[in-house]
Design a binder for this molecule. Structure first.
Ligand SMILES: CC(=O)SCCNC(=O)CCNC(=O)[C@H](O)C(C)(C)COP(=O)(O)OP(=O)(O)OC[C@H]1O[C@@H](n2cnc3c(N)ncnc32)[C@H](O)[C@@H]1OP(=O)(O)O
Ligand SMILES: O=C([O-])CC(=O)C(=O)O
Length: 377
C-alpha cells in the first residue's frame, strides 16, 4: 500500500491560519496598518496610549475616552506588595525576561477573576498589564544595579514615567518621543511567533495571563524579540567600523545568523525600519557620549556590508537595539521593553481569538519507526 505524502509547511511559512482585523502588512506598498491606519502616521501623530486603545477597541479614542483611559492606566500601575517582594527574590543573575514571565504568571495567581474570559474582564486585565509591566521592568533595571525601585508617578505619561522609574529623571522630550515611536512600531505585527503562541494558548480556553506568559517566553528567543539585544552584542563583538566587512564574511562562512536582519514576511525591507532608523539617527545627534559617532558608524557599516554581501535587509530590531542603548538602557532590558509594547497586540489577539474560537491543533507527518512489539522485560 502506498501512502500519499502530505504537504508539510515547516515553520508554517506561508500558511494562513485565520482571519484578523487587527493589523496587516500590505505587500505592494510595503506598509503596515493597525486597524486600517498606517503605523507611520500613528507614530507621527499619536501617543502610545492612543495606539493601545485603538488596538483594543478598533477605533482611536476621542478626548473624553482618552482622558479616562489614561487615568485608569495611571491608577493601575502600583504592584501588590507581595508580588513586588516575590520578584526581588529571583536570582539577580536571571534574565529580566524571566522576571517578566514570572511577573505575568504572578499577576494571574493574584487575580480572583483570572478565569473570567469575558471581553470586559480581559480588557481590564490587558490594561492592568499595560500599566504594571513597565513598573516591573524598571524595578528590575534598578535591582541589577543594586538600587531601590522608584514608585510610579501618576502625573507622568507611560513613556515618561518609565524613564523616571528607571533613572529618576525624564530625559529631553525628543528622547521620550523616540522611545514612544519605538513602542508604537513594536506594538503589533499580526501572526508573529509570540502572538501566535498567545492565540494557541487562548484557543484551549485557558486564561489571558497564561497566554501572555507563554508569549513572553516566545518573544525571548533571538530569532524573534531577543534579536534587539543580540544586535547590540554583535556591535560590541565587532567593536570597530573597519572590522564590519571582515567580521561579516567570517560570520556568514560559519553560517551564523546576523541578528537584526531578515524577516519571515518582509523580503524587501521591514516597513517599520525607516522611521525607527530616523529616530535612532536623532538620538545619535543628541548624544553627548564621545563613543556614539563610532558606534553609529559601525551600525551603518554592518548594514551596508550585509546589503552588499547578501541583499538581506535589517528588521525593526536593528535600529531599535541601538536606540535603546543610546537612551541609556542596559542590553538585557531591550526585549522586556518590547514586551511592554507588544502586550497590547497580544491581548488584542487574545480577545479576537476568543470571539471566534477554534482549538489550534495542527497535524504532524509521522516519520518514526514502524509499529513494533514491546520486548518482554
Ligand atoms: C521583531 C522580530 O521578531 S523581527 C526578526 C528578528 N530576528 C532576527 O533578526 C534573527 C535573524 N534573522 C533570522 O534568523 C531570519 O531572517 C528570520 C528567522 C527572522 C526569518 O527567517 P525565515 O523566514 O525562516 O528565513 P530563512 O531563515 O529561511 O532565510 C532564508 C535565507 O536567508 C538567510 N538569512 C535570513 N536571515 C539571515 C540573517 N539574519 N543572517 C544570515 N542569513 C540570513 C538564511 O540563512 C537562508 O539562507 P539559505 O536559503 O541559504 O539557507
Ligand atoms: O512578524 C514577525 O514575524 C516578527 C516581527 O517583525 C514582529 O513580531 O514584530
Amino acid at each position: 500500500m502506498t501512502l500519499s505524502t502530505p504537504s508539510i509547511h515547516r515553520g508554517l511559512a506561508g500558511v494562513v491560519v485565520d482571519t484578523t482585523a487587527i493589523s496587516t502588512v500590505i505587500e505592494e506598498s510595503n506598509s503596515l496598518t493597525y486597524r486600517g491606519y498606517p503605523v507611520q502616521e500613528l507614530a507621527g501623530r499619536r501617543s502610545f496610549e492612543e495606539v493601545a486603545y485603538l488596538l483594543w477597541h478598533g477605533e482611536l479614542p476621542d478626548a473624553g475616552q482618552l482622558t479616562e483611559f489614561r487615568a485608569r492606566e495611571r491608577a493601575l500601575r502600583p504592584l501588590a506588595r507581595t508580588t513586588a517582594e516575590l520578584l526581588t527574590r529571583l536570582p539577580r543573575t536571571c534574565h529580566p525576561m524571566d522576571v517578566l514571565r514570572t511577573a505575568v504568571s504572578l499577576f494571574g495567581a493574584e487575580d480572583p477573576a483570572e478565569d473570567d474570559g469575558s471581553p470586559a474582564a480581559n480588557r481590564a486585565k490587558s490594561l492592568a498589564l499595560l500599566a504594571k509591566l513597565p513598573v516591573v521592568v524598571a524595578a528590575d533595571h534598578r535591582r541589577r544595579r543594586g538600587l531601590d525601585p522608584i514608585p510610579p508617578d501618576s502625573s507622568l505619561g507611560l513613556a515618561e514615567n518609565f524613564f523616571h522609574m528607571c533613572f529618576g529623571e525624564v530625559p529631553d522630550p525628543e528622547v521620550v518621543r523616540c522611545f514612544e515611536v519605538s513602542l508604537i512600531l513594536y506594538a503589533e505585527h499580526s501572526f508573529n511567533a509570540s502572538t501566535f503562541t498567545a492565540r494557541v494558548v487562548t484557543s484551549t480556553l485557558s486564561d489571558l495571563y497564561s497566554a501572555v506568559t507563554a508569549a513572553v517566553g516566545a518573544l525571548k528567543g533571538p530569532l524573534h524579540g531577543g534579536a534587539n539585544e543580540a544586535v547590540m552584542r554583535t556591535l560590541e563583538e565587532i567593536g570597530d567600523p573597519a572590522r564590519a566587512g571582515e567580521w561579516l564574511a567570517a560570520a556568514l562562512a560559519a553560517r551564523r545568523k546576523v541578528m537584526g536582519f531578515g524577516h519571515r514576511v518582509y523580503k524587501h525591507g521591514d516597513s517599520r525600519v525607516p522611521l525607527m532608523q530616523q529616530a535612532t539617527d536623532r538620538l545619535v545627534a543628541l548624544s553627548a557620549d564621545p563613543g556614539t559617532a563610532r558606534l553609529a558608524a559601525l551600525h551603518t557599516a554592518l548594514r551596508e556590508a550585509m546589503a552588499a554581501r547578501t541583499g538581506i535587509h535589517p528588521n525593526l530590531d536593528y535600529p531599535a537595539g541601538l536606540a535603546y542603548h543610546l537612551m541609556g538602557f542596559d542590553i538585557p532590558s531591550f526585549t522586556p521593553i518590547f514586551v511592554m509594547s507588544r502586550v497590547t497586540g497580544w491581548t488584542a489577539h487574545i480577545t479576537e481569538q476568543l470571539a471566534h474560537n477554534a482549538l489550534i491543533r495542527p497535524l504532524g507527518a509521522y516519520n518514526g519507526p514502524d509499529q513494533r512489539v514491546v520486548p518482554a522485560a
